[in-house]
Ligand binder design. Structure first.
Ligand code: ADP
Ligand code: MG
Length: 240
């Protein structure tokens, strides 16, 4: 579904992604982890062209997404993206936030978009909050709204960059529960997270980045075993 081939990226003179080659199979969940500043956000942002790359290719469903001929809006329709800070529009109700992509990218009227948005809210367990404003719901609920919005165009790929890092501890569980559910429904997912319990349980593969290099790409059993990469062992003992 997603293939990185010799991908490198620089910010000015600083090389932040170093010759990464890796594959994400259709319907699988990849968890990305690694120290702060190792390039996790930059790497996932290259997949929907929030960041350009200087070397290599990234294909999504066979399309070279950094090719000039690719329309960014069309690309992003097929790739949902969820940020650490939910980025909801404060002046719009929950259901209006969720339907925004239908209105902007599918030119649907509010009336046309409403049933789809309400169904999506039901799916994330927030139908009763449809008319609330973002300020009146919790952080965990806000992130579930942001996830609903990212899914409304039925993307084949969902990318999440530390979706639980901005949440109070008691709200992390509800978001991970939703992600676990989505992962089981066949969407292809790349999730940057340090929630290692989630990674162990849900990831098909775990990628470990260090200074822009993909140091280790393994199944959870190996990743968490005594046979793991020494850098991973160091990282795991530092965060636990
Ligand atoms: P992570 O998400 O793993 O913490 P990032 O991808 O945010 O890492 O950052 C990787 C490296 O790129 C860091 O050295 C960071 O300082 C640098 N970086 C990130 N964004 C920019 C930017 N817009 N301009 C310059 N340097 C950046
Ligand atoms: Mg980051």
């Amino acid at each position: 579904m997603i293939e990185f081939q010799g991908v490198s990226k620089w910010f000015g003179a600083l090389k932040v992604i170093k010759n990464i080659s890796a594959t994400v199979d259709k319907g699988t969940t990849i968890v990305l982890c690694g120290p702060s500043g190792s390039g996790k956000s930059t790497l996932v942002r290259t997949v929907n062209r929030l960041e350009p790359i200087q070397e290599g290719t990234i294909t999504v469903g066979g399309t070279d997404i950094h090719a000039k001929s690719v329309n960014v809006n069309t690309l992003r329709t097929g790739i949902g993206f969820v940020f650490q800070q939910f980025n909801l529009f404060p002046h719009l109700s929950v259901v209006d936030n969720v339907m925004l992509p239908l209105r902007r990218l599918r030119q649907q009227s509010r009336k046309e978009a409403l049933p789809t948005a309400l169904l999506m809210l039901e799916r994330v367990g927030l139908a009763d909050k449809a008319n609330s404003l973002p300020a009146d719901i919790s952080g965990g609920q806000s992130q579930r709204v942001a996830i609903a919005r990212s899914l409304i165009l039925k993307p084949e790929v969902l990318i999440l960059d530390e979706p639980t890092s901005a949440l109070d501890p008691e709200m992390v569980g509800e978001v991970l529960k939703l992600l676990r559910q989505l992962s089981g429904e066949g969407i292809t997912m790349m999730c940057v997270t340090h929630e290692m319990g989630f990674a162990r349980e849900v990831a098909d593969r775990i990628w470990f980045l260090k200074s822009g290099e993909l140091t280790f790409d393994a199944k959870p059993e190996l990743f968490f075993s005594s046979e793991t990469h020494p850098d991973v062992r160091g990282f795991l003992s530092a965060i636990q």
